[in-house]
Design a protein around this ligand. Structure first.
Ligand SMILES: [Zn+2]
Length: 126
């Protein structure tokens, strides 16, 4: 008889179960689980790519937040140029320049890490 691994969606324990069962009670936490063999197999196959996807989403979140900071830096920079040209307050302009440089460097670093990550993923899948 063939057994499959089913991960309890309630407590996370893994059980070996007979795939002919449609329902099973988790022996660790007592949760009622519905068995869907196609889903179980798909989960095992897509587990790795799901982790990769999550990692890629993390990268995208980081890039998005840095993009926001670059926009803020540009606003500070423009504000600084205006204040400077009016000879009002000369301190905002250098702050804007530093913020912009720091965030562009961070953006480039994350882009490089993302590229390296994509390359390792391709290596693993080959
Ligand atoms: Zn459980």
């Amino acid at each position: 008889m063939k057994f499959i691994d089913l991960k309890c969606s309630s407590c996370g324990s893994t059980m070996h179960i007979n795939p002919e069962l449609t329902k099973v009670t988790c022996k660790y936490c007592g949760a009622q689980l519905i068995v869907d063999e196609s889903e179980v197999e798909e989960k095992t196959v897509t587990k790795l790519s799901l982790e990769i996807k999550n990692k890629l989403y993390d990268f995208q979140d980081e890039l998005d937040s840095i993009k926001m900071l670059i926009v803020v830096s540009i606003i500070v920079l423009v504000g600084g140029i205006i204040l400077e040209s009016l000879s009002l307050w000369p301190y905002l302009l250098p702050v804007g320049i530093v913020l912009l440089i720091v965030n562009i460097v961070r953006f480039a670093v994350v882009k490089i890490r993302l590229k390296e990550f994509r390359e390792t993923v391709v290596d693993e899948e080959e």
